[in-house]
Design a protein around this ligand. Structure first.
Ligand code: A2P
Length: 340
């Protein structure tokens, strides 16, 4: 079996570490692996398959012989370095927002649109974490009966803001438990412990945040249907890991909750967890470290009487399906199609 030379850019970050773990757990055929990060990480060692590997500095003159580079070091680094890797002949799977809406860049969730991957489109974008888990659930319904409109509220964990997001929640909880003054917010706009913040990323002119508009625009591009209308409210919550979403959809024709459950039970990448009698439904605590996206609380909207609106609850590990796992799954399609 062929082995590949893989680089992880941003290897020391919250998503980078999960990319390394996913490559290992999923037995990706790695022949050689490079861990790249900033000067802050020089000298650090990370484990891969039991071996300690030193983190190297990301520079323009990095190894030119990489087959697949997984990027998760932020938008500025992706803008600067992804084209350099592509020019050197590598596939780049980029987890940042830098290239997602570029017409020439495939934006991919393998369960939904792996057909848009091409051998000579070497720069590939990994979608926003909240968008990924939503489209995995929407697509099988949309294939059955066209979805016209989506209204979604998210409950996004602090790990979506990287290691610093996790650290800030930890420090604030520790201070509260020990009876100290809670430190002033730094990573988030406000205190996140014991609070909810209805702002993720900056505000746009239309009153929505950039994160919310990512959900609107990326959903259309991934599902391949510009007519789907999405209105999102994205909220940061004091949960360490896994994003949750309350989703309402309007379909072109009637769709019962029974049929929706049947569709979900056969769909790729989804697990139906909808057992109200036994108080069982998806929750962030149980989605953590799981590669599946969970859907539950499926019901027909009682505020309409034509059976064309459903509401449900989606939970997935934002660092896995929302980021690292989806990137590694894209890499699996690339090698499966013999693009490299
Ligand atoms: P480093 O740990 O050396 O700062 P997170 O999203 O968890 O904050 O992680 C961000 C990742 O991006 C880290 O691996 C971080 O490396 C990396 N990174 C940040 N700035 C740079 C940079 N200028 N060059 C290379 N890697 C960077």
């Amino acid at each position: 079996m062929k082995n590949y030379k893989v680089a992880v850019v941003g290897a020391t970050g919250a998503v980078g570490l999960e990319m390394i773990r996913m490559l290992e757990i999923r037995n990706f055929p790695v022949g050689n692996i490079k861990f790249l990060a900033s000067e802050r990480s020089i000298g650090k060692k990370l484990k891969f398959r039991g071996e300690e590997i030193s983190v190297e500095l990301l520079t323009k003159n990095c190894d030119k012989d990489i087959d697949i580079a997984l990027f998760s070091a932020g938008t500025a680094i992706s803008k600067k370095f992804a084209p350099i890797f592509v020019n050197n002949g590598s596939f780049v799977i980029d987890n940042s927002n830098a290239w997602r809406m570029d017409k020439n860049v495939p934006l991919v969730v393998p369960e939904v649109n792996s057909h848009v991957l091409e051998k000579n489109k070497k720069l590939i974008a990994n979608p926003n974490c909240s968008t990924i888990q939503m489209v995995v659930v929407l697509k099988p319904l949309h294939d059955f009966v066209k979805i016209k409109r989506v209204i979604v509220s998210t409950y996004q964990s602090v790990s979506g803001a990287g290691q610093k997001g996790k650290d800030e929640l930890t420090e604030q909880i520790k201070a509260w438990v020990n009876g100290y003054k809670i430190p002033v917010a730094n990573k988030f706009q406000h205190q996140i412990a014991f609070n909810l913040i209805p702002q993720i990323d900056i505000f746009m002119n239309n009153g929505y945040t950039k994160e919310e508009m990512k959900m609107t625009n990326e959903t259309k591009k991934i599902i391949g249907d510009d007519s789907i209308k999405v209105s999102a409210t994205c909220v940061r919550v004091p949960v360490f890991r896994s994003h949750s979403e309350s989703v309402w959809i309007e379909t072109e024709k009637p769709l019962s909750s029974v049929k929706a459950k049947k569709i979900f039970s056969k769909a790729k990448g989804i697990q139906l967890l909808d057992d109200p009698k036994n108080n069982r439904y998806p929750m962030p605590l149980f989605a953590e470290n799981n590669q599946i996206t969970f859907v539950g609380r499926i019901r027909s909207d009682i505020s309409t009487n034509n059976n064309n609106a459903l509401t449900f609850w989606i939970v997935s590990d934002n660092l896995l399906k929302g980021a690292a796992l989806n990137a590694v799954q894209i890499a699996e399609v690339i090698i499966g199609n013999n693009f490299v």
